[in-house]
Design a protein around this ligand. Structure first.
Ligand SMILES: *Cc1c(COP(=O)(O)O)cnc(C)c1O
Length: 228
């Protein structure tokens, strides 16, 4: 290596710093840091970028596309047991079979049709995924997720009609609004509905999300660097 070679990015120290910041944020509001799981969002990242984190013992990862996860993860999983993979991007109903095969959790459930397809596929395969319902707390037309007012009926449909356990609620606050307001709103909604998990917080706002009760934060660029 010459002096002009760029240093390869090492995600492991960044991950450790993040875990310390998550713990600090949790303790600042009297929460137990072990209640918060860090999902390393590895979308667009190669095997070479991901392997150091696996070697350091990290096991929870997130991908936003079914096809990319199918291409990347079977090989990584074959080498390392205990990987837990979350889908954090949209799911089409014609991809539910593949999604149930490759993922352990879905954070973007927002339609009865998808819920029914997932219920059917989980029954067929016997594989149980953790299901998070995405809520469009900012009611943004371009954003996925159900409007908050439809959340109670959708949770009821999932539980009562389809027999699905709902692991949590997920949201992505509007970029130009105070994230804390959305995190507080989602936490209240989850409490009202008796839903245990809260998937909220990304690279720029995860400490706030943890203070408002996040059980899963989804962090990409703060671990791997900016995506190309
Ligand atoms: C990409 C993505 C993340 C991670 O975003 P960063 O800003 O890189 O931390 C989290 N959640 C979802 C839904 C994403 O698509």
């Amino acid at each position: 290596m010459t002096a002009t070679d760029p240093m390869p990015m090492d995600p492991v120290p960044r991950l450790q710093t993040l875990q310390a910041r998550i713990a600090d944020a949790a303790k600042s509001v009297g929460r137990d840091p072990s209640e918060v799981r860090l999902i390393a969002v590895s979308k667009t990242m190669t095997h070479d970028a991901i392997r150091p984190l696996l070697a350091a013992g990290h096991r929870m990862f997130g991908e936003n596309r079914v096809q990319e996860a199918q291409e990347k993860w079977p090989k990584l999983r074959a080498a390392i047991p205990g990987v837990h993979l979350s889908l954090i991007g949209p799911l089409q109903s014609n991809k539910t079979r593949e999604a149930v095969e490759v993922f352990d959790a879905i954070h973007t459930l927002d339609r009865p049709k998808i819920a029914a397809a997932l219920a059917q596929e989980m029954a067929r395969t016997g594989k149980k995924l953790d299901l998070f319902i995405q809520v469009n707390t900012g009611e943004e037309p371009q954003k996925a997720g159900i409007p908050p007012r439809e959340a109670p009926a959708f949770v009821r449909l999932c539980r009562e009609d389809l027999g699905l356990a709902i692991a949590g609620l997920m949201s992505i606050p509007p970029v130009d609004e105070e994230a804390a307001v959305h995190f507080a709103f989602l936490a209240k909604l989850a409490k009202d509905l008796g839903v245990p998990g809260l998937s909220m917080g990304m690279s720029h706002d995860f400490p706030t999300a943890v203070q408002f009760g996040a059980t899963h934060v989804r962090v990409g660029s703060a671990i791997f660097g900016e995506r190309g």
